[in-house]
Design a protein around this ligand. Structure first.
Ligand SMILES: C[S@@+](CC[C@H](N)C(=O)[O-])C[C@H]1O[C@@H](n2cnc3c(N)ncnc32)[C@H](O)[C@@H]1O
Length: 189
């Protein structure tokens, strides 16, 4: 198969946000929570040392039938949303497969098994309900190296913003923060 007509996967990361993800991921170890079809994955994998990508690949609420982001071409023969085959193909086409460790699991299940590993960047872009983002932030916070960053996508969603604010109140380590587009970045100093 030729690689001549490589296109980036579909996704919701803007070019400006992709540039910041590249800055944060460059030469580092990265944990991604929420991959969808791999746009953020290939963006970071191209510059990172190593990337662990976690997604159960069943889609979030908005991806299910009737949801705002549903794509009927991603429904398998059992009627389930299943992004894994296209995700793997997109990584292959974008020459990112060898850089990425793919974990097909909910983050809640796998996060305790990842410790005591720590990452230079943890990127959270999974279930956008306040409860889930807060739960993921707490689990992810334990996996960020000192000097590393925890980045949230879609921080302009009120549900995500509420979770970031709640998480920030519980932080016991000092952080510096900045925003690029809808990316909210906490640098653990
Ligand atoms: C908004 S999409 C990710 C978009 C992707 N980062 C991009 O750049 O296009 C959210 C993804 O999170 C996944 N997801 C939702 N809840 C999850 C959970 N608890 N654990 C792991 N993945 C989850 C969904 O399957 C979906 O693929």
């Amino acid at each position: 198969m030729g690689d001549a007509q490589v296109t980036l996967p579909d996704g919701w990361v803007s070019p400006q946000e992709a540039g910041e993800l590249e800055n944060l991921a460059r030469e580092g170890t990265v944990l991604e929570v929420g991959a969808w079809l791999g746009l953020s994955t290939v963006t970071m994998a191209h510059v990172a040392k190593r990337l662990v990508s976690v997604d159960h690949h069943r889609g979030s609420t908005e991806h299910q039938s009737g949801g705002a982001c549903h794509d009927a071409t991603l429904v398998n023969q059992f009627g389930d949303v299943d992004t894994l085959p296209r995700f793997r193909m997109n990584l292959r086409q974008n020459r990112a497969l060898d850089k990425v460790i793919i974990i097909v699991a909910s983050f809640e299940d796998i996060a305790p098994l990842l410790a005591p590993e720590s990452f230079d960047l943890v990127f959270i872009d999974a279930d956008h309900t306040t409860d889930a983002v807060l739960r993921h932030a707490k689990l992810a916070g334990d996996l960020v190296a000192i000097g590393g960053a925890l980045a949230f996508h879609d921080a302009n969603w009120p549900t995500v913003r509420a979770a970031i604010e709640a998480y920030s109140l519980e932080l016991v380590v000092p952080v510096e923060r900045h925003e690029v587009g809808s990316l909210h970045v906490l640098r653990f100093i």
